[in-house]
Design a protein around this ligand. Structure first.
Ligand SMILES: Nc1ncnc2c1ncn2[C@@H]1O[C@H](COP(=O)(O)OP(=O)(O)O)[C@@H](O)[C@H]1O
Ligand SMILES: [Mg+2]
Length: 379
C-alpha cells in the first residue's frame, strides 16, 4: 500500500490543501502553530477514524465552517488499483457527525472503515511518557492496540463508563436502598470483570509481542548494558504464560467482591485495568527514577521501532509512520540512530519539524519537503 496524496478542506486551520506524499519521506516544516500536527492528525483520522488529540469532533471543523473533508489516495501495487479513503465531518443543528467513504461509497459502520490505512504515530508526548502518569502510559499502550484492533476502542469507552457508574453507586447512600445498591454493584462487577478481562488480555499480549523487538531495538540505539525490561504491571498476577481471558475475568470478579467493603469506604473502584501500568525498568528500577532523560527517550524510541517492525511483519508491508516533531526532542546522536533505523525499517514516513535541519536523512533518500505557513502548504 502506497499513500499518494492527502487532501483537506476546512479542516482545523487548513482551508484547502493538497499534500503529495513521497514514496519514502515527506518532511513538513513550519513555525509553531502553522498546522503541521493538523496534517498528521488528518492522516491518523483516516487511519483510525479518530483524532489523537481530541474526542470533540467540532474542533476539527475549521472555525466558522460546518463541514470538513479529509481524504487520502492510496495505491495498492499487489492489485494495481488506487482507492480514495475519505472522512467527512459535518455539523447540523443537533450534532456533529463523522462519515467514512471509500471511492465515494459511504461505509456505514466505523469498524469497516477503520484500519484500511495502517499508521503508527509517534509524538513528543510519547517521548515524555516515562516520567508522566500511569494513565498516560496506559493510553500510549492502548493506542498501539487501537491501530490494530478497533474493538479495543469501544471496550475502553464502555469500561470507563462502567467504572464511573460503579463509583457513583459506591458513593450513594446505602441506607434503605442497600439491597438495591448491592444488586447494582453486582451487575457492574460483572461488566467490569468481563470488559476488564478483554482489555487486560489485549494489553498483556501486545506487551509480550513487542518485548523481544523492544530489547533488540534498545540495544541498537543505546548499546548493551542497563538491563532494560518491559512489563505490563497489573493487579492480576498469575504464574508463567498468559492466562485465558475467562481466568482473568474470574479473578477480577473475585477481587471486586473481596474489595467491595473497601471500595464502598473509598467511593472508588480499586480493581481493574484502570489501575495497571506499562512498566519500563532498567536494572530492575523504574526507568522514570533511574534512567537519564536521554536513556528514557531511547527506551520509548525502541518501543516504537519494535511496534513498527512487528506491524510490518504482521501485515506484510510497512505501515505509514507519522513522526510529529520528534527530532527536535532528541540529541544529535539519537537522531542519527533514529534516521538510520527509519531508513532501514520504515516504508513511508511523514515527519514534522520546525526546521528541516533537524532531519538528517541518508544521502540519496527519497524525500519531499513541504513548508506550512498559517495553514497553507508550499512545496
Ligand atoms: N478548528 C480550528 N479552526 C481554525 N484553526 C484551528 C482549529 N483548530 C486548531 N486551529 C489552529 O491550528 C493551529 C495549530 O496547528 P498545529 O497543527 O497544532 O500547529 P503546529 O504546526 O505547531 O503543529 C493553531 O494556530 C490553532 O489555533
Ligand atoms: Mg505540532
Amino acid at each position: 500500500m502506497e499513500l499518494r496524496e492527502l487532501k483537506l478542506a476546512q479542516y482545523r486551520n487548513i482551508a484547502e490543501a493538497t499534500l503529495p506524499l513521497d514514496v519514502r519521506f515527506t518532511v513538513i516544516w513550519g513555525e509553531n502553530g502553522a498546522g503541521k500536527t493538523n496534517l498528521i492528525e488528518a492522516i491518523y483520522l483516516i487511519s483510525t477514524f479518530r483524532s489523537f488529540r481530541t474526542n470533540d469532533q467540532r474542533v476539527l471543523l475549521r472555525a466558522g465552517h460546518r463541514e470538513a473533508l479529509t481524504s487520502l489516495t492510496a495505491f495498492d501495487p499487489s492489485l494495481g488499483l488506487s482507492s480514495t479513503f475519505e472522512v467527512r465531518i459535518a455539523q447540523n443543528d443537533r450534532s456533529t457527525r463523522k462519515t467514512g467513504s471509500v471511492d465515494g461509497k459511504r461505509v456505514a459502520a466505523a469498524k469497516d472503515f477503520y484500519g484500511r490505512v495502517r499508521a503508527i504515530l509517534f509524538t513528543p508526548e510519547d517521548l515524555g511518557m516515562l516520567r508522566g502518569s500511569p494513565s498516560g502510559r496506559r493510553q500510549f499502550l492502548d493506542r498501539v492496540i487501537f491501530a490494530q484492533d478497533r474493538a479495543h476502542i469501544g471496550d475502553i469507552q464502555d469500561y470507563e463508563k462502567t467504572v464511573r457508574s460503579r463509583n457513583k453507586i459506591l458513593k450513594s447512600e446505602g441506607g434503605a436502598g442497600a439491597a438495591q445498591q448491592a444488586a447494582l454493584l453486582d451487575s457492574y462487577d460483572e461488566g467490569i470483570s468481563a470488559l476488564g478481562a478483554r482489555i487486560w488480555c489485549r494489553r498483556a499480549a501486545v506487551v509480550d509481542a513487542i518485548r523481544p523487538g523492544f530489547l533488540r531495538a534498545f540495544e541498537e540505539i543505546h548499546g548493551p548494558g542497563l538491563a532494560p525490561a518491559l512489563d505490563y504491571a497489573s493487579g492480576v498476577q498469575l504464574g508463567e504464560g498468559l492466562p485465558a481471558r475467562a481466568e482473568v475475568q474470574r479473578l477480577y470478579l473475585e477481587q471486586l467482591q473481596a474489595k467491595r467493603g473497601q471500595d464502598l469506604a473509598r467511593g472508588a473502584t480499586s480493581v481493574g485495568p484502570h489501575r495497571d501500568d506499562l512498566q519500563f525498568t532498567v536494572f530492575q528500577s523504574p526507568a522514570a527514577d533511574f534512567a537519564s532523560q536521554g536513556q528514557a527517550r531511547a527506551l520509548v524510541l525502541a518501543f516504537k521501532i519494535a511496534e513498527l517492525r512487528l506491524t510490518r511483519a504482521r501485515i506484510g508491508y510497512a505501515p505509514i509512520l507519522l513522526l510529529d516533531d520528534v527530532s527536535s526532542e532528541l540529541d544529535p546522536s539519537r537522531n542519527a540512530k533514529l534516521f538510520d533505523m527509519l531508513w532501514a525499517d520504515a516504508g513511508q514516513c511523514v515527519l514534522t519539524t520546525t526546521s528541516p535541519d533537524f532531519i538528517r536523512l541518508a544521502e540519496g533518500a527519497s524525500r519531499r519537503t513541504v513548508e506550512v505557513v498559517g495553514g497553507s502548504l508550499s512545496t
